[in-house]
Ligand binder design. Structure first.
Ligand SMILES: [Zn+2]
Length: 502
């Protein structure tokens, strides 16, 4: 659907109360959005936020949720636009990696508070609505809906929903009816379980092979308090791999426990449940190292490879197989796989070490390059000194920051001089590295640097800075208040006076 407003402006401002706001035709962003091209190398977050606020111009501004309880009709869509943008701009792997982080955000939030319905009538304060349900789960549910009805029907349904409800307030039934009228399918089961009930399936999956057939037994083990359904209806594909080729079976799970049986001439290499990786669920699924190897080699999705490397690194033994797969993963086309491989390798072989050094020198994704430099710094690699020098001249600040830490290990005096030069750079990777360094070294004379940076930082960056600052101050205390410490106290007592306020 065409953009429904006469203009679209974007403004970055200082001291903004939140990250960004979708004021119709004039989006406001916090100061983080404003950076040099060098600051923004490999920073995906900002473009996702641009997509998010822009999408609100349809979902939120043109069609608006009728109450806070229905907030996901604004935020779930804006959240899902981030996936759509990543998919279009950076490809499916990058989009699925983003979705994984969104799932993790939602699942992580359940550690501190119980699940609630996505359309939530029982909140105490409207601020509670701005949570990982309305955003992360809301986006994940739309992704499942898209996978269920298919792309053509999904986008046609959204167009229908927007046209029917333009410039008015909606609740979730309007969304359901737009999808049902477009697709001709009764979708009350989907909307009931995902929007009006709480939680997500927890699945325990086992596979068996006997007499020419593969049996896949799936049990739903989620607790059923907090209005979580005992049985989610789960239409899903199951891929059975034999000799490296998948045979796809579509099944619909409608019971608490169900066994699906498929013919197979030989024992499968591996069974992949939900190969599209669209289902919001938690899994208890133990796979042998050989199955994980087959999954890494043959299954095409990013999450297949990511899961295979992650699970394999947690298993004892099978060193030969791990070595082979981790070596391949270091050369994976997608950066997050190279990243998880770097973190999984404990004692690199000569071949792996050569690859890690190459990543540290030339990887085109800066955080992966930085991780490789960190790995080499930890192990005291013999080429570290040269790698550190190259990193200090690199373009991305994340690489410079990792290079500085490597330089501390190889040539502390040069590192000290380089650090002082870097103090003038206003970038969170650099200030984070300097803060860590100064705190570690107990450099109390650098307290003014922290104070200057703390005035500018916000979010996670501020938390990291405060943590380093606090640990540096704690070191200062043990030194019976050296001059720098007293100086800091003086600064604190004068800084309470607002400049220019008399
Ligand atoms: Zn939003």
């Amino acid at each position: 659907m065409q953009y429904p407003w006469p203009k679209f402006s974007q403004v970055a401002v200082r001291d903004y109360v939140s990250g960004a706001m979708e004021n119709t035709t004039a989006v406001i962003f916090g100061e983080f959005m404003h950076g040099t091209a060098r600051d923004l190398i490999d920073v995906d977050m900002n473009e996702k936020i641009v997509a998010h606020e822009m999408f609100h111009h349809w979902f939120g501004d043109y069609v608006t949720c009728e109450s806070w309880s229905n907030l996901t009709l604004n935020e779930g869509f804006a959240n899902y636009s981030e996936y759509l943008w990543m998919e279009k701009k950076h490809g499916r792997d990058a989009a699925d990696y983003h979705l994984l982080e969104e799932w993790q955000g939602y699942l992580g939030s359940l550690r501190s508070s119980p699940p609630h319905e996505l359309i939530w009538y029982d909140y105490d304060d409207k601020e509670q609505m701005f949570d990982a349900h309305s955003y992360n789960k809301g986006g994940a549910v739309l992704h499942m809906l898209r996978n269920h009805v298919g792309d053509e029907a999904f986008f046609a349904s959204l167009k229908n929903y927007l046209e029917r409800n333009k410039l008015s307030a909606v609740e979730v039934d309007e969304l359901r009816i737009a999808f049902e009228d477009t697709t001709g399918e009764d979708l009350s089961w989907f909307f009931d379980q995902w929007y009006l009930q709480a939680g997500h399936p927890q699945l325990s999956i086992t596979t068996d092979y006997a007499d020419g057939s593969v049996a896949v037994t799936v049990a739903q083990t989620q607790r059923t308090d907090n209005n979580v359904p005992a049985v989610f209806r789960i239409p899903v594909d199951i891929d059975v791999y034999t000799n490296g080729t998948a045979t796809r079976h579509h099944v619909v799970m409608e019971e608490r426990e169900q066994t699906f049986t498929f013919p197979s001439a030989t024992a499968p290499d591996v069974v992949v449940f939900d190969p599209a990786h669209q289902l919001l669920a938690e899994y208890d699924y133990s796979k042998s190292p050989e199955e994980l190897e087959a999954q890494y080699r043959y299954a095409p999705a990013f999450l297949d490879r990511y899961e295979a490397i992650g699970l394999l690194s947690n298993q004892e033994g099978n060193e030969e197989l791990k070595e082979e797969l981790f070596t391949q993963a270091l050369q994976d086309t997608f950066y997050a796989i190279r990243g998880i491989a770097l973190q999984s390798i404990e004692e690199p072989t000569a071949e792996q070490l050569a690859l890690i050094r190459q990543i540290a020198r030339t990887d085109d994704r800066s955080e992966v390059r930085a991780t490789a430099i960190n790995v080499l710094t930890q192990s005291g690699d013999e080429e570290l000194s040269a790698i550190a020098a190259e990193a200090m001249d690199a373009e991305p600040y994340a690489v410079v920051a990792a290079g500085l830490e490597a330089l501390v290990a190889t040539d502390p005096e040069t590192a000290r001089q380089a650090a002082e030069k870097l103090e003038a750079i206003d970038n969170s990777s650099i200030s984070g590295a300097l803060a860590g360094l100064y705190s570690e070294a107990g450099a109390l004379e650098k307290l003014p640097y922290f104070e200057q940076q703390l005035g500018k930082a916000d979010g996670y960056e501020a938390v990291a800075l405060y943590t380093a600052y606090q640990s540096l101050l704690a070191k200062g205390k043990r030194h019976s208040r050296p001059p720098a410490w007293r100086c800091y106290r003086r600064w604190l007592s004068t800084s309470r006076r607002v400049p220019g306020a008399g």
